[in-house]
Structure formats: C-alpha cells, structure tokens
Design a protein around this ligand. Structure first.
Ligand SMILES: [Zn+2]
Length: 422
C-alpha cells in the first residue's frame, strides 16, 4: 500500500496494466500530478466520480476491462487528450464528453455503442475516432462537425449508408467502413482525397464516376476510359458478371450467390431517368430552388486534370457554410446546409434530389494483401438535366483524346433506358 502511495506521489506516468484491479485504488485521489495512466487488462467494471480530481491527466488507457459506462465527471478532465476504452462493454456514452476540448483521440472500438451524444460535435480537436466493432445502425452525424478528424474508423458496425456530407470533412486522411452493410458510397468525391477502405460490404453495388475517378487519381497505371486502378481504396464490390446482352432492366446477376439483384441507388436521388430517351426529365420546383439558393451562397467546384498518366483531382468548397443570414423554409435550409448529393458530370451544376443517371460498367484493379485483384462494377454518371446528358454524349462522340478519362461505352446507355424510382 505504501508502495502505491509513493508511486502515485512520485510518478507522472502510472503503468498499471495487468494488476488485477477491480476498482481504482482510493490512493489515486491524491494523484494531482499524474499525467498518464495505463490500466489495460484489469477487471474494472466502473470508474469513480472522483476521477475528476486528476486535473493533470492527459492520457487515460483502459482497454480490456469490463466497463459498462463512463462517469460524467470525465468531462472535467480538461487536459485529457487521449481516452482509450477499447474492448469494454460500454453501451452508452455520458453527455458532456463534448467539453473535452483538447481530446485528440477517442478510441472506443469493441464496445456495444449504437449512439453518440450530440455534444460530440464540440470536439474540435478530435483527430482520431475509432468506433469499430460496435452496433451502430445509423451513422453518428454529430461527428461531421468534428472538423479536425483525420482518421475515422467505423468497421464492423451495421451501417447501411454514409451521409453525403461526409465528403466535406476537410482533413480526413483515412476512412474505414469495412464489414458493414453499405448499399452505396457517397456520390461526390471527398474534399480531402482520403484513403478509403470498404472491404466486406456484400451489398455495395456501384461506385459513382466522381468517386471512382478520385480513388483512381494519382494512379501509376495508365487508366483508360473503361477501367480504373484504385490506389486510394481497399475493398471490393460484389463481383458482378455483366451479361453480354441486356433486356433493359437494371438487374444484374451476382456470380457469388447466383442470385439476381437490382441496382440500388441512394434515396436522395428521388427521380432518375437514364439516358437520352424521349421521356421528359423536369426537375421539381424544390430542386430548382435548392440549386439557386446554393449557388448564390456557396462556392463549390470539382476540377479534373485528365491529361497524362497521373490525373489529379481537386474539390473546392467554401467551408463552413453559414446559413444564419438566410430566412428560408426549414426543408430548404436543411438541404442547403447538407449540400448537394453530387455535381453534374458535364456542367458541374448542383444536384440535390433530382438527376439524370447513366449506368455503365467499369473494370477495376487494386492491390490487396493477396496481390493484385480485379473486378467489375457498375458506375453511375449523373447529370443535372437531359440537356447536359445529351451534350455530354455529343461531346463524347466528337472527342478524339486518347485514353481520356471520360470515355464511356455509349452502347450501355441504351441498355439502361428505363425510368428508375428509388
Ligand atoms: Zn449539368
């Protein structure tokens, strides 16, 4: 016991891994000078409320205990930068962790979390968030306000979708969403050109042309119009065998499961009309209003340099967008705040709820741990209007650039001349 008291009063770093602790020793109450505590592989089932007395604590490591909750007093540890509660049994986080203004790492993989309190949006220093192996069914939207995020790890949850505005996190370097049930990835490219891991999402069924081009940018392989090399991604889509003949339906057969499946597009694209068919595609008034309001208030462009073997890709957007001065109906304000789901492939115009979608096959190549891998996916090209899709098709036919990124097998467009309502 005296040893413990001496250790607490003399040391700034306490190495207490594997000590068999069921409770934090009361002597630690006097640990005003302690800065780091390592408590891995103990038997802690709770933390005391007096933990707030450790006012100089910067790093708290608690992996592999039996914690079921965290005390709300943690939010008084104003110098805390690293909180590691990996591999516990925490179901709910206390409200108030958003006060930890210096927190740069919150590591909470392998718990049973399904929700993140709203005040997480105040964690403006947070750079690494690991909530892999939890039970999230919905993406925790409050973390989109954590603008310093560089690594976001969401593997092995139960997510079916990522929010479209995840692409605006300005410093994101790594996004990992393996082992979920994602149906689609964002339609837009990311502002920060991150590395994206998405292995083992068995129902992921297409990659938008913007995102595909971004993930294949800086590729060392020469890219032609019908294939992508994906050095900025790890993961595969369901390996789809594209039949030689099409009957006009967007139904594809999956060679793994030998089942037929329908291509699933995000519900944000409420009306999509494929190709250059005769059906009129008239945007709704809501859609036109959104495009106008957004273009008046925001600067947002995608630039491509498709020349040479290493195409570069840039996305620019004013950030953050302030809507406080606008008196708009709530629905419009929400849409404008979230931003467009994608930009027109021909004119860069904004698309919120309504677009013309073409579906095309792409061969993809990427390096996996087992070596180079190849697969075929469907990609989507989205235009703001029928006029833009027609202009693009005409420009396509005239263009003679070799190996141009924009080359698309036009014959597929007719195969998909069909209205989709998703
Ligand atoms: Zn357009």
């Amino acid at each position: 016991m005296e040893e413990l008291i001496a250790e607490i009063s003399l040391k700034r770093i306490l190495h207490w891994n594997c000590r068999g602790f069921h409770f934090l020793p009361d002597e630690l109450k006097e640990g005003y000078e302690v800065e780091e505590i390592y408590l891995k592989w103990n038997n802690l089932s709770s933390l005391p409320s007096w933990i707030s007395k450790l006012q100089n604590l910067t790093n708290l490591y608690l992996p592999h205990n039996q914690l079921q909750s965290l005390p709300k007093e943690l939010n008084e540890l104003s110098k805390l930068t690293v909180l590691d509660v990996t591999n516990n049994s925490i179901e709910v986080l206390p409200f108030g962790l958003g006060h930890l203004s210096h927190l740069t790492q919150f590591l909470a993989a392998r718990n049973t979390l399904s929700f993140i309190p709203n005040d997480f949006q105040n964690l403006k220093s947070l750079e690494i968030l690991d909530i892999s192996y939890n039970t999230f069914t919905r993406f925790p939207e409050s973390i989109l306000q954590c603008h310093s995020l560089q690594q976001l790890l969401l593997d092995n949850n139960k997510l079916t979708a990522l929010p479209n505005n995840i692409v605006y996190l300005p410093y994101l370097k790594t996004l990992s969403v393996c082992g979920n049930n994602l149906l689609y990835l964002p339609l837009q490219p990311f502002l920060s050109n991150p590395f994206l891991s998405f292995e083992n999402n068995p129902n992921l069924n297409y990659l938008s042309i913007w995102l595909g081009e971004q993930l294949s940018s800086n590729s060392s392989r020469n890219i032609d119009g019908n294939s992508w090399n994906l050095p900025r991604a790890q993961g595969c889509f369901c390996r789809i065998q594209i039949p030689n003949t099409y009957n006009g339906d967007i139904v594809v057969s999956d060679t793994n499961s030998k089942r037929e499946r329908t291509l699933t597009l995000p519900p944000s694209l409420e009306y999509v009309l494929s190709g250059t068919g005769g059906e009129a595609c008239v945007p709704t008034l809501l859609e036109l209003a959104l495009r106008k309001v957004y273009s008046l208030n925001c600067s947002h462009t995608i630039q491509r340099d498709g020349s040479g073997k290493k195409p570069t890709f840039m996305v620019k957007r004013t950030f953050p967008i302030s809507l406080d001065h606008l008196s708009l109906p709530l629905q419009l304000k929400h849409h404008v705040g979230v931003g467009p789901v994608t930009l027109c492939y021909f004119c860069n115009g904004f698309i919120f709820t309504h677009g013309v979608v073409w579906v095309i096959p792409k061969d993809c190549y990427y390096e996996s741990e087992e070596g180079p891998s190849a697969f075929c996916i469907f990609s989507t090209v989205i235009f703001c209007s029928v006029a833009c899709s027609v202009s693009f098709a005409q420009w396509e036919r005239k263009s003679t650039m070799p190996n141009k990124l924009e080359t698309i097998k036009l014959q597929w467009h007719n195969a998909f001349k069909r209205r989709l309502c998703v």
